[in-house]
Design a binder for this molecule. Sequence first.
Ligand SMILES: *Cc1c(COP(=O)(O)O)cnc(C)c1O
Length: 401
Amino acid sequence: MTSTERSIAAAEAHSAHTYHPLPVVVATAEGAWMTDVEGRRYLDMLAGYSALNFGHGNRRLLDAARAQLERVTLTSRAFHHDRFGDFCTQLAELCGMELVLPMNTGAEAVETAIKTARKWGYKIKGVPDGRARIIVADNNFHGRTTTIVSFSTDAEARADFGPYTPGFDVVPYGDLAALEAAVVDDTVAVLLEPVQGEAGVLVPPPGYLAGVRELTRRRNVLFIADEIQSGLGRTGRTFACEHENVVPDVYVLGKALGGGVVPVSAVVSSRDVLGVFAPGEHGSTFGGNPLACAVALEVIAMLRTGEFQQRATELGDHLHSELGLLVGDGAVDAVRGRGLWAGVDINPSRGTGRAVSEELLTRGVLVKDTHGATIRLAPPLVISKEDLDWGLARLRDVLGA
Ligand SMILES: *Cc1c(COP(=O)(O)O)cnc(C)c1O
C-alpha cells in the first residue's frame, strides 16, 4: 500500500462519510501549491472555497498568528481582551458599518443574521410575535445547520433532517418580480448570496442586486448579503455587492476572514440593526477570541491596501478571457463568474465534473466539481499569472481543447 492509499483507507474506515474527497492526501502547502504525502505537487485552484484567498502559509498571517499564540489565545467573552476592540472597529470600518458580532463558522454567522433579522422584526419593525418571515433564493447555500437546511432546495442537503424550521419563503434567484411578489407585511429580511458559489458561481442578472436594495428599502425589509464566499477580494472588490454599488443592511462574512488559519466569521451591520441585542441574548465561547481577532486584523489590513482586489480583477479578466475561448468548442457549454472565480459547465460528452476533476488531479491541478457537470475555479488571489496559465493549459489538455 502506498502512503496515499493508507491515509485514505484510514479516513474511510473511521470518518463519517459526509464528503467524497478527491484521492489526494495533502501534507504541506505554500502559496498556491500543495504537496502530497508522496512529494507530488499540485496547483490549488479551489483555495478552500475562498477561505485561502491569501494563499497557504501566508507570511503576514502566520506571523500574526504566531505572535498572538505566545500572548493569549482565548479569554471567552466573560472578559475583555486587547485585540477585540481593534478587530470590531476595523472590520466595521472596512464594511462601512457600525457594529460587529463575531462568531466562528459561516453557518453560525448566518444563524446569527437570522436571529438578528427576527429580533429586529419584532422590536423595531413591529411584526407580531412569532410571525417573522425571511425570503431566500433557490439553489442557495448558507451552511449546514438544521435551520439553514430547512430552506435549502438541495435534496441531498435537506432530506431526512426534518422537522424543518418554519418562517422561510423561497423564490427563484435573479428574479426581481418573484421577490417583490413574495414580500408580505411580516417579511423581515431577504437573505441572498450576491454570487451563488455552491450553485456553480451563478452571477445574478445586471440590476438585480440594486433592485433588491431598492425593494427592501421601500418595504422596510433588511437586505442580508451572505458574502462568506463572494466577499473579501474574490470578485475583484472587497464585497461582491459593490459591483452594483449596493450596500446591504447586513454583511455576513466568514471563510477568508480567518485567513485560512482559524475559523472567523462575523455579522456586520448598523447600530439600528445589531443594536437589538442585549447581554445574554446571543453568544459564542470562541467567537471573537484573541487568536481569531489577531489573524482577522491582518486580513483586514491586507484588504485595505486594495492590492488583492486588484489582483483578482486583473487575473480574473485573464481567466475569463482564456475560459471564454473554450466555450462552444464542444467541451465547455458555459462559463460564468466574476473576478478570480469561475464556474465551468462541462459538456456531458467529456464526462462529469467529477471525472474532469480527477483527470486534472493526475496532471497536478486541484479543482472541485459541483452539481454534476460544473467545475469551480477559485485559485488563491496570490497565484502568479504563470501558474494560472499553467493550470489553464492542464485544463485545456484534459478537455482536449
Ligand atoms: C461556505 C459558506 C457558508 C458556510 O460556511 P461554514 O464555515 O462552512 O459554516 C455559508 N454561506 C456561504 C455563501 C458559503 O459559501
